[in-house]
Write a protein that binds this ligand. Sequence first.
Ligand code: 5GP
Ligand code: ZN
Length: 113
Amino acid sequence: MSDCIFCKIAAGEIPSVKVYEDELILAFKDIEPQAPVHVVIIPKEHAAASLNEINDENIGVISHIFSKIPAIASKLGLEKGYRVVCNCGEDAGQTVRHIHFHILGGNTLGKMA
Ligand code: 5GP
Ligand code: ZN
């Protein structure tokens, strides 16, 4: 997706502060943090625009993201806990249509909504 900002970050065309990377996924610091620690995890490929496009074919990379979250959270020093958020669609305030998961932590988080 040539006009997708997260595809550009995955390709290194837009710089990011990386906290984890492997052949399938990338985790980087959010440019507008909503908590002391705020990291975004993406599949490197534009596997889906949102959670609504997850299916049997692309679930593998999403599963891979979740399998790495504990290690990423540990690397970020989030032993006291953290929140994982996936905004899906307009009402949730999704702004980038390349599926991604937020890891938020670093202090006591408020109620969810
Ligand atoms: P959404 O609102 O779609 O769930 O999350 C998109 C997130 O991407 C936002 O928290 C926003 O701050 C972050 N973001 C948007 N553009 C950039 C960018 O160029 N670099 C980084 N590091 N984060 C970005
Ligand atoms: Zn993309």
